[in-house]
Design a protein around this ligand. Structure first.
Ligand SMILES: Nc1nc2c(ncn2[C@@H]2O[C@H](COP(=O)(O)OP(=O)(O)OP(=O)(O)O)[C@@H](O)[C@H]2O)c(=O)[nH]1
Ligand SMILES: [Mg+2]
Ligand SMILES: [Zn+2]
Length: 355
């Protein structure tokens, strides 16, 4: 397989050259399982491990390879290689680590577009969508909403959900599909562009892997039904995978975002957004920024203690990130600027410890 098919763009090529990665083979991490990686290279897929040096100098989980990463490796034989360096990431989808709250975990890297997959049954949750959007905004990843399981409900239910979504989250493209009848699948397929990397996120059981199977026309991912007894969903996707569609679009599937431990935290955030959006309805101005306006119900709630400071700060942070994202869409060069800065730091740091 050509590296171009894995998303190796002129941008990545230039970076590899600037970092003097040319003396290594290059590849893209397509799956990760307990520090064992599968890397797609020009000579096919190889199993890989990181060098001892990379492991010992790693300070946090983010210093380890993630699915989607471009890596510099040395091939030992046809099946096995050692990863020496990780290319700085153009973007990364992150979430809080389940084991260690203060640490974040990279779900996937070098993502252009996130497919926020949610089924139109009780999985539908606008606040959760908002939270996923916050993840996208903080890393300049373009969001697309994909509603699944439309076969299970009537048109009326569906149009309610769509208008609710469009109203709360304007300007985000929304696709509706059924993995059962394949309704809407072609339209979504056409929207996925060659060479771009897409990452699916959504709760367990939302239909991500079934969607991927339908997009490829092959049973690549195992899928499963939600456990009825707990309603929490049992993870059917056990490790992440990067797949290239016939159209040339690259898709990363993820296990659902509702892992044990994470659920409580996310519910908390959802309730917080609920509370805030209910409060915001009472602000005097409909375009209230909740920072200094007279008659702002959120500031009032903050002052009289019904809304806590942390929730307010979260809201402000999200608004800031959203603003920044919108600006960056306007001036496309922004990402490159941020990236240029990142790269400078990377060079500085990697200069400290020679590989
Ligand atoms: N009726 C109907 N069922 C669907 C649809 N999409 C998925 N399902 C079913 O929902 C269940 C879960 O689907 P998966 O694709 O495994 O869900 P997932 O998002 O990959 O879940 P995790 O890998 O656990 O995160 C399976 O039994 C699917 O057959 C749909 O559009 N309509
Ligand atoms: Mg799955
Ligand atoms: Zn307000």
């Amino acid at each position: 397989m050509q590296l171009q098919e894995m998303g190796f763009s002129p941008k990545v090529e230039k970076l590899a050259h600037d970092l003097a990665f040319d003396s290594f083979s290059l590849g893209r991490v397509i799956s990760e399982h307990k520090e064992r990686y599968v890397v797609a290279t020009e000579n096919g897929d190889v199993d890989a491990e990181i060098t001892g040096n990379l492991r010992f100098t790693a300070q946090c989980r983010e210093d380890f390879p993630a699915v989607g990463d471009w890596v510099a490796l040395i091939q030992c034989d046809q099946q096995f290689a050692v990863i020496h360096k990780i290319m700085p990431r153009f973007s990364a989808m992150k979430r809080q680590s389940v084991k260690n709250r203060s640490e974040s975990q990279i779900i996937a890297s070098n993502i252009d577009v996130a497919l926020l997959v949610q089924s139109v049954d009780r999985d539908f949750n606008i606040n959760r969508l908002e939270r996923y959007l916050a993840i996208c905004y903080s890393s300049t990843i373009e969001p697309i909403i994909v509603f699944t399981k439309v076969d299970l409900y009537d048109k009326e239910h569906l149009s309610k959900i769509i208008s609710h979504t469009k109203q709360r989250l304007p300007n985000i493209p929304v696709f509706t599909i059924s993995n059962a009848t394949l309704e809407g699948l072609e339209t979504l397929k056409m929207a996925l562009e060659k060479g771009k990397t897409y990452c699916m996120i959504g709760s367990s059981g939302a239909g991500k892997s079934t969607l991927l199977n339908n997009l490829t026309g092959r049973q690549l991912m195992s899928t499963g039904a939600i456990s009825k007894s707990t309603g929490k969903g049992r993870h059917t996707t056990s490790h992440r995978e990067l797949t290239v569609l016939d159209s040339g679009a690259i898709i990363i599937d993820n296990p659902g975002m509702r892992e044990a431990g994470l659920a409580d935290a996310s519910e908390g955030i959802e309730t917080m957004f609920d509370q805030i959006s209910t409060l915001a309805k009472n602000c005097r101005f409909s375009n209230c920024t909740h920072t200094s306006e007279k008659g702002c119900a959120i500031i009032e709630a903050l002052e009289n203690g019904t809304l806590d400071q942390a929730a307010y700060e979260n809201l402000m942070k999200m608004q800031k990130e959203q603003k920044r994202y919108e600006l960056s869409v306007e001036e496309k060069h922004r990402t490159d600027k941020i990236f240029g800065k990142m790269l400078k730091n990377y060079k500085k740091e990697s200069g400290k410890d020679k590989f």
